[in-house]
Design a protein around this ligand. Structure first.
Ligand SMILES: Nc1ncnc2c1ncn2[C@@H]1O[C@H](COP(=O)(O)OP(=O)(O)O)[C@@H](O)[C@H]1O
Length: 296
């Protein structure tokens, strides 16, 4: 693996495309403040007297700059893609960018394959370059804003990101580690349509203060059943290592944003049917569609 040269901001000047890609409509978030008074708060309360003004005046003003944090398998991609569709901003998952690079059989493939299959993190420099290429492509297509999934994952990445643009909200999705392991082991992708599914039926009892969790399988349609594949890094050994790496390298990123008053912690209460409405409520988006149509 290429020696990790000292990372300097100039190495990441390409990330400046972030600021050209998106404009923050600060009015969108006037009054929105996660409740970081008590550590581990799983909810937030807008400043008294004001709630996030998510009514979008018109689409050219719409821009969201969010980050999704959370351990492997927690469901960052699941909820980021749903919110991406709801808010009309791109969902950019650095794990997907890595897998696309792997599939391209480009010069980095071999190096990336070894790193990913061992559950290690790809170097900040490589990730930033993949991300800036994606942002430049999005900017060229007129994309506004983003929901970043899986980035930043180290303090260095968070510092670089902070140096090039502002983040409005960091959503930290949380689940018990025993459930994360079962979810990752049950994860499947359709090799034809790319759809993401989960064959695990999860029912764990409450333990150590954690509530019981039930998650029904997220089964694919019949035509995908015979095409399901498992990610090479979704083996028990590699999953446990990825969770360890997250705890070691990415938990500090949670504190990075908590100390900046940007972190919204959300404990998933169950599968998508239970979690999605509660997540919308936590984000004050439960009546977003109505606000949209009222603003039209
Ligand atoms: N921001 C990042 N920094 C370093 N490596 C990353 C980053 N995002 C993704 N990767 C690499 O891609 C792999 C898959 O990422 P992802 O799909 O987000 O998996 P998970 O959410 O299960 O950790 C990671 O294990 C890591 O090797």
């Amino acid at each position: 693996m290429a020696a990790l040269t000292r990372l300097s901001k100039s190495s990441f000047s390409s990330l400046s495309s972030l600021s050209s890609v998106s404009r923050i409509s600060r009015s969108l978030y006037s009054g929105f403040a996660p409740d970081t008074s008590s550590h581990g708060a799983t909810s937030y309360s807008p400043r008294l007297g004001s709630t996030p003004n998510l009514a979008v005046k018109d689409t050219k003003d719409r821009s969201v700059q969010w980050v999704f944090l959370g351990s492997p398998g927690v469901g960052k991609g699941t909820y980021a893609s749903r919110l991406s569709n709801l808010l009309g901003v791109p969902h950019i998952a650095t794990g997907d960018l890595v897998r696309e690079e792997l599939a391209s059989s480009g010069p980095l493939s071999q190096e990336l394959s070894e790193i990913v299959n061992q559950g290690k993190l790809v170097s900040d420099e490589i990730i930033i370059n993949l991300l800036s290429k994606r942002l430049e492509a999005g900017g060229a297509k007129g994309e506004l804003g983003f929901i970043l999934d899986g980035f930043p994952r180290t303090i260095r990445q968070a510092e670089i990101l902070e140096g090039v643009t502002e983040i409005d909200l960091v959503l930290n999705l949380k689940l018990r580690e025993d459930v994360l392991l079962e979810k990752c082991l049950g994860r499947r992708t359709c090799s034809q349509c790319g759809g993401n599914f989960n064959v695990a039926s999860i029912n764990v009892k409450g333990a150590n203060g954690h509530p019981a969790i039930s998650m029904a399988p997220l089964l694919p349609p019949a035509h995908c059943m015979s095409k399901l594949v498992t990610r090479a890094d979704d083996t028990e050994e590699v999953i446990k290592h990825r969770i360890h790496v997250y705890n070691e390298k990415s938990r500090p990123v949670e504190e990075f944003y908590r100390s900046r008053g940007k972190l919204l912690e959300f404990d998933l209460p169950g599968g998508i049917p239970e979690s999605w409405p509660k997540l919308l409520e936590a984000l004050n988006l439960d009546d977003y569609k109505e606000k949209q149509s009222a603003a039209a």
